[in-house]
Design a binder for this molecule. Structure first.
Ligand code: AMP
Length: 359
């Protein structure tokens, strides 16, 4: 099939790379010059809503998908009149806005953080209780902890905090953060990867570890995943991020309507990576295969590359896989990731300790 991917970052790059048998033909659309996926697929350098490009995609491609959720939904709706867009524009619309997401969780009786819509300083003053701690986030375009402020009794509330519509969330006191990768194909076939544990630094994912210490929560997570897939009539990979609170219950934080950083370990850690799962789901070529998984961890390379000396030390001690996104270093930018697998959980823990000592 001919597949158009809106956004040509590392996620699109890994989708194209996952198609090792070259079953499909890809085009990537992205306004930036030489984005990661442009090394592996034809690239149109343009805004996502460029009418000529939308027309070309709708007339010459079989299916469209995304590697970046903040694409222009009305542009996706235009394409969707002619070829399927997976996930659907209405699912994208929900996932682009944290209030829509939280409202959907509430509608489906999915536990989430207490939250308030904030459009003005008055809203903030009316909802902040000085005895509690909060996090203020922009409703849209926030990722990797960007545009997020912690608020407590010492914070002086001012209009500077609210440059665009926001959501105020009560801070969850959590034991851990986990995510569920859900996959649904055009023909309805559905599967879930086991929960993976995610460790963040300054709001950015630092490490993902499979298996998590919360395997007993898998059934509850899948129940939530199924509700969301059903409600959004979702096709493709959907990732749901959760907090595990002090009662060991799942509290939904947010969703990503796409392949996700917390699933990168599946390239080496699974016989079916999240990237090939997404492509086969949207092209309706998903074969039911038993998932074969290896205990794995994934470490994000952020802001600056890992020195050659450290890579040498790591490679001497561990069988690591390095994925380079071919990006220029910049503060808080994801430049690549490293994965490592192990034969069992104990060995994985040892490897994580060794890795952290060197890195
Ligand atoms: P987000 O962009 O919502 O994924 O937030 C980035 C990170 O900030 C999360 O992975 C958490 O580590 C932290 N965080 C976000 N929201 C909350 C919350 N309501 N309570 C506690 N920590 C949070």
């Amino acid at each position: 099939m001919k597949i158009a991917i809106f956004g040509a970052g590392q996620l699109a790059m890994m989708m194209v790379q996952a198609d090792t048998e070259k079953n499909h033909e890809y085009i990537v659309i992205d306004p930036s010059q030489s984005p990661p996926a442009s090394k592996y697929a034809k690239h149109i350098q343009t805004e996502y809503s460029d009418l000529k490009t939308l027309d070309e995609i709708a007339n010459n491609y079989d299916v469209a998908t995304i590697d970046f959720e903040n694409v222009d939904v009305s542009a996706m709706r235009e394409i969707d009149k002619k070829i399927p867009v997976h996930p659907s524009p209405s699912a994208l619309e929900i996932c682009q806005d944290r209030i829509n997401e939280k409202n959907l969780f509430k509608l489906l009786d999915i536990k989430t953080t207490l939250y308030y819509e904030i459009n003005s300083l008055l809203d903030l003053e009316n909802n902040v209780d000085s005895k509690k701690r909060y996090i203020l986030k922009t409703r849209r375009f926030g990722y990797d902890g960007k545009n997020q402020y912690r608020i407590n009794s010492n914070t002086s509330l001012s209009t500077n905090l609210i440059s665009s519509p926001c959501i105020l969330e009560e801070l969850v006191d959590f034991n851990a953060e986990v995510s569920l990768i859900a996959v649904r194909s055009v023909n309805g076939n559905t599967f879930f990867y086991p929960l993976v544990e995610n460790q963040h630094k300054e709001g950015i994912l630092d490490m993902s570890i499979y298996p998590s210490n919360y395997q007993e929560l898998q059934a509850s997570a899948e129940k939530i995943g199924t509700k969301l897939l059903d409600e959004m009539k979702y096709i493709g990979v959907l990732v749901i991020e959760f907090f595990v609170d002090k009662n060991n219950e799942l509290i939904a934080n947010e969703m990503a309507p796409r392949v996700h950083n917390s699933g990168h370990w599946t390239i080496e850690g699974s016989n079916v990576s999240q990237f090939s799962a997404h492509i086969s789901a949207i092209t309706n070529t998903m074969k039911s295969k038993e998932l074969r998984l290896k205990p794995s961890f994934m470490y994000n390379i952020i802001s600056k590359h890992v020195s050659e000396d450290k890579i040498l030390q790591l490679s001497n001690k561990l069988d690591i896989h390095i994925h380079d996104y071919h990006k220029t270093p910049r503060d808080k930018r994801k430049l690549g990731h490293i994965t490592c697998t192990a034969k069992n959980k104990d060995r994985l823990e040892e490897k994580i300790r060794d890795f952290k000592e060197i890195i």
